[in-house]
Design a protein around this ligand. Structure first.
Ligand SMILES: C[S@@+](CC[C@H](N)C(=O)[O-])C[C@H]1O[C@@H](n2cnc3c(N)ncnc32)[C@H](O)[C@@H]1O
Length: 413
């Protein structure tokens, strides 16, 4: 995914200082300087990162049934466990969410202007943890704006009270540092049960709906999750509102998201079709990756990690230089994709790279996905930049699914 340089560079010293301030104020870090103190990180943070890493790996190998109530559970030191998540896992998810926002911006999506319910931002994040997704939107809007209204708020729903409180202060501190509009947060300490609906009947409507590394916590079949989401969007999502679902990139969880995509599209069409899938797929076609039981689909972004995270990654054997994830962005709208994403308007065919591009002799070789599903292609290498997530407009190609060659295209974005 092509992320604008200012966003890839935004997580340096000043970001780190802001994060440190939040941690000290929350009583999680004795002193701001401890954020780079190897002794402190080794003793108080790294062991908990290991615990979380094992837990998330277990989830990636099996399913959500291993009792994830679980990570915030009162263990030997719940504060340090919380700190470990906040320092080690939150920033990457924040950046992933901001990158999705930047992809919308890159393709020309703009927040609908004019009178109506979208004049005020009413965002909601489910399973917000430390307000990660909400903060990702703040960063995304700062460095790759869609033109969000200056007024509004973010409702945060989270089952762990202390993490929710941490999220509120982190959101406020980050917002102050980033500058821009002063959105409020509305915390809701709740344990959600999707079989009972995502929101109470009396809840208001929202226009930005976020779920970041959250849906994989539920074991219900994709068809049930899709039904409950569509029911909620029917009642609680404004026309013109956006939905961003972001999940881990591993095979099991990514495929669950692709199954959810299939269910959402089928069930929504049966209800009359009010949801438009905007990203990453450039159409409502059958998922190319789901066709093969071993396949899945993910994006990847790179960034300059906060300096302390490089130290922590070294200590924990993790490497967050590049961040994979799977995602879906929907709009509740009757407008066409080309109207919403002007960069694609006028294109008869659009295809997206769903693998890295490798140099093979004079060519780039890669997989793309489009109306006809997934396909391996070659393109004569020119000066253009091409990478996972790149989009080809009006490509003319010949060959079969295993080996095709692009003869002509009108644009690579
Ligand atoms: C993997 S964390 C992701 C947190 C955050 N969205 C992020 O991207 O960093 C999943 C979060 O969902 C919360 N959660 C899990 N099940 C929940 C439920 N049934 N109701 C409310 N929150 C839940 C957990 O407490 C945890 O904070």
């Amino acid at each position: 995914m092509k992320v604008p340089i200012p966003l890839t560079n935004a997580f340096g010293e000043e970001f780190e200082q802001t994060l440190a301030r939040t941690c000290v104020a929350a009583g999680l870090l004795p002193d701001r300087a401890d954020l780079r103190n190897k002794r402190f990180l080794t003793r108080s943070v790294a062991p908990h990162v290991e615990r979380l890493k094992e837990l998330f790996n277990r989830l990636q190998e099996k399913d959500a049934s291993s009792g994830l109530e679980r990570y915030w559970q009162k263990g030997s030191n719940p504060e340090n466990l919380r700190l470990a998540y906040f320092l080690s896992f939150m920033p990457g998810n924040l950046y992933r969410m901001a990158s999705i926002w930047s992809e919308l911006s890159r393709l020309g999506y703009r927040w609908p202007a004019g009178p109506g319910p979208l004049q005020q931002l009413r965002a909601i994040e489910f399973g917000a943890g430390p307000a990660t997704g909400a903060c990702g939107i703040l960063a995304g809007e700062r460095f790759a704006p869609l033109g969000l209204p200056a007024e509004g708020n973010f409702a945060l729903i989270e089952q762990d009270r202390a993490t929710l409180a941490l999220g509120e202060s982190w959101f406020a501190d980050l917002q102050l540092w980033l500058g821009g509009p002063a959105y409020a947060t509305r915390p809701f300490h709740r344990k959600l049960d999707p079989s009972k609906g995502w929101l109470p009947r009396t809840a208001p409507r929202f226009n930005l709906w976020l779920m970041s590394f959250f849906l994989n916590e539920f074991e219900a079949p994709a068809s049930d999750i899709a039904r409950s989401l569509l029911d909620s969007w029917d009642k609680h999502l404004d026309d013109g509102g956006l939905v961003i679902l972001m999940e881990p990139a591993m095979r099991l969880q990514s495929r669950r998201l692709l199954e959810l995509r299939r269910e959402l599209l089928a069930q929504d069409a049966a209800r009359g079709g009010s949801m438009q899938l905007l990203l990453p797929c450039l159409g409502h076609q059958r998922c190319g990756a789901l066709e093969d039981a071993e396949d899945w689909c993910h994006e990847e972004v790179s960034w300059w990690r906060p300096p302390y995270l490089r130290i922590l990654d070294d200590l924990t054997g993790l490497d967050r230089k590049s961040l994979p994830f799977s995602y879906l962005v929907f709009s509740k709208t009757r407008s066409s994709r080309a109207e919403l994403l002007p960069a694609l308007s006028g294109a008869r065919h659009t295809h997206r790279l769903v693998s890295p591009a490798h140099r093979v002799g004079p060519d780039w070789e890669f997989y793309w996905c489009g109306q006809e599903g997934k396909r391996r292609l070659r393109l004569k290498a020119a000066d253009q930049e091409i990478e996972r997530g790149s989009i080809l407009l009006n490509a003319e190609f010949r060959g079969d699914q295993q080996a095709s060659r692009i003869d002509r295209l009108s644009q690579l974005i």
